[in-house]
Design a protein. Structure first.
Length: 300
């Protein structure tokens, strides 16, 4: 059956979506096999559109093609669009870094890209609710210079009505392109140093302060956090923001993954970039991608 005519039941759609979960990708990388993959492959009905001799990578590609369809799109497809169209398209792993599930106040930013500035992308897929959107935007404006909402047609008008004028609104089109409906305004001056401090690691805060020629005190660990906070909040919003961008582009660099990611199927590159994997596990994941589906089904 052609993918163009494939219709998924809810339980099948759930199985297809879960193929791109961090836990499954991590298991494939650590063990070179995954009982979860074997079970989801059977539950997803993707075996109807792939051949037993096909490699596992083909099944992932088929799953990705299905999830790109308007009625089936969920968060991973949006993250993949940001990865391929922005991080690896407009930028590169040499010039930019992407952070996923980055905690900010009481929210988790879906995707953040740091290049010369900081840009957050909050995903509101066709299957998402807009209930927390205003709270999320309020949090993100404290840490990131540019705030974008990327959504589908069903939410577009509501999003435009809800978000402030400096927040960008992007549309993921039926052709898997990102269309800019409204450009985000780059405003590092509205960020709040205290919120930035609370969102980054202590070692990163130290590096930012050193860049500003602020002395790091020699204190026990129990006292260091509060001492650094007091120094950090004396920075101007632009100093704190620009320091965060400069330091995190180094501490969170994805450049060591460039060769590995380019060898992976297009469909799971976004998952590999957002899932922490040990370097020694890279070869196992690549090998798993080449395993015939008939053999992978025996991983159960």
């Amino acid at each position: 059956m052609s993918l163009a005519y494939k219709v998924l039941e809810n339980h099948q759609l759930s199985a297809v979506s879960r193929l791109f979960s961090a836990s499954l990708i991590r298991e494939l990388a650590r063990k070179g096999r995954s009982p979860i993959f074997a079970r989801l492959a059977k539950e997803s009905s993707l075996l109807e559109v792939t051949a037993p001799q096909d490699p596992v990578r083909n099944l992932f590609d088929s799953a990705f093609s299905l999830l790109k369809r308007k009625n089936y799109r969920h968060e991973y497809i949006y993250k993949a669009a940001i990865t391929h169209k922005v991080l690896l398209g407009t930028h590169s792993l040499q010039t930019a870094v992407m952070l996923n599930e980055f905690r900010v106040c009481n929210s988790k930013a879906d995707s953040v890209i740091l290049n010369g500035t900081s840009t957050v992308y909050e995903i509101k897929s066709e299957r998402d609710s807009l209930t927390r959107l205003e709270q999320q935007i309020s949090s993100y404006r404290k840490v990131f210079a540019k705030v974008n909402i990327i959504t589908g047609e069903n939410h577009l008008n509501s999003v435009l009505a809800m978000v402030p004028g400096d927040v960008g609104v992007l549309l993921l089109t039926d052709r898997f392109q990102i269309s800019t409906i409204r450009e985000a305004i780059d405003s590092p001056n509205r960020t709040i140093p205290e919120a930035i401090f609370d969102s980054i690691q202590l070692r990163e805060a130290k590096k930012i302060l050193k860049k500003m020629n602020i002395e790091i005190p020699k204190l026990p660990n129990t006292q260091m956090h509060e001492a650094l906070r007091k120094r950090f909040i004396t920075l101007t919003p632009s100093e704190a923001h620009d320091g965060m961008v400069q330091v995190l582009r180094i501490t969170r660099s994805l450049l060591p993954l460039a060769e590995f990611v380019s060898a992976l199927p297009h469909s799971i590159q976004a998952a590999a970039l957002s899932t922490p994997l040990r370097k020694q596990d890279h070869a196992r994941l690549l090998e798993a991608m080449g395993t015939p589906i008939s053999e992978a089904l025996k991983w159960m």
